[in-house]
Design a protein around this ligand. Structure first.
Ligand SMILES: Nc1ncnc2c1ncn2[C@@H]1O[C@H](COP(=O)(O)OP(=O)(O)OP(=O)(O)O)[C@@H](O)[C@H]1O
Ligand SMILES: [Mg+2]
Length: 291
């Protein structure tokens, strides 16, 4: 620890200290979230007192042990989960439900099994207030499929695809609506290593072009460093912000000539993240043992 010092700051302070001239695109203020178990009359607290701001155009990665509340956090931004305390705002307005400005790539794909690949992707455009004409829908779907390398599988059904391919359909479905905010929950988790790297590079290109704001959950430390502007480390449940790390590495990071992955700074951030996450994993085990 210590090597990444001044560049990282505890999250709660980060949010409070940082007063950018442009207001944050996404702002979570003292958010506590959890789930009620009505049968047993208990409440599980998933996240506690989380404050965080995401700037327009920023790529924010979230890492932390399994069950620490990462999915819960992006579900709050998506409007699928409501906070028990605190607030989540997008463009200064409190999130009260899902909206066309935010699209989610789900951890478990969430495809419609009775629809073909192409119809799954079009589904995202059909359910919008701003109607997209049929011809443009087809064009956009084709472009999104090309982007994720699934051209030729338009007429396949989800059960005919591998896990990695299904996940890529989920990504295409989120990209096709061109949302201002992309919420990605381990989007490359089921993709093989080679495809994963190609898709990371593709995502970097897309974001550079569209200037979309991305909140990206991953279990891969390297992936977080390669893609993100900032990385939020969440502690084991109830999740709190352990640290926010600025990834001050030049872009593009997937360029042929880029040697970002071999740079000393990459190694520094990597070992710092490892030690933070190892702490959390150890803590989780010890707590589990006393139960
Ligand atoms: N719909 C739900 N109902 C009840 N409890 C839930 C629900 N969703 C999540 N939880 C609980 O909230 C906690 C946080 O879950 P969450 O899915 O946010 O974790 P995560 O960090 O995304 O984990 P993973 O890395 O395994 O995906 C867990 O203890 C989980 O059991
Ligand atoms: Mg999750």
């Amino acid at each position: 620890m210590g090597q990444v010092e001044a560049r990282s700051a505890p999250g709660a302070q980060h949010a409070a200290d940082e007063r950018p001239s442009e207001p944050a695109l996404i702002e979570a203020a003292h958010v506590t979230a959890g789930y009620d178990n009505r049968r047993e009359h208990t409440r599980l607290i998933a996240l506690r007192d989380v404050s965080l701001q995401v700037r327009r155009g920023e790529f924010l990665a979230i890492v932390g042990p399994s069950g620490c509340g990462k999915t819960t956090f992006i579900n709050l931004i998506a409007g699928f989960v409501k906070p028990l305390e605190g607030s989540v705002r997008v463009r200064g307005e409190e999130v009260t439900g899902p909206g066309a400005d935010r699209a989610m790539v789900f951890q478990d794909y969430a495809l419609l099994p009775w629809r073909t690949v192409e119809r799954n992707i079009r589904f995202a455009m059909e359910n919008r207030r701003g109607h997209v004409p049929k011809a443009e829908q087809a064009e956009r779907a084709a472009r999104a499929l090309r982007l994720v390398g699934l051209t030729g599988f338009e007429k396949s059904y989800p059960h005919e695809l591998s896990g990695g391919m299904r996940q890529r359909v989920g990504i295409a479905r989120a990209l096709v609506t061109e949302p201002e905010i992309l919420l990605m929950d381990e989007p490359f988790g089921a993709v093989d290593a080679m495809t994963r790297e190609a898709m990371q590079a593709e995502l970097e290109k897309i974001i550079a072009e569209t200037r979309q704001t991305v909140v990206f959950i991953t279990h891969s430390i390297d992936e977080a460093i390669l893609l993100a502007d900032r990385i939020v480390v969440i502690s084991k449940r109830p999740g709190t912000i352990r640290e926010v790390i600025d990834v001050d590495l030049p872009r593009p990071r997937f360029d042929e000539q880029s040697d970002v992955q071999r740079s000393p700074r990459f190694g520094e951030i990597r070992s710092h993240l490892w030690s933070l996450l190892a702490d959390e994993a150890l803590g989780a085990k010890q707590e589990g043992a006393t139960r």
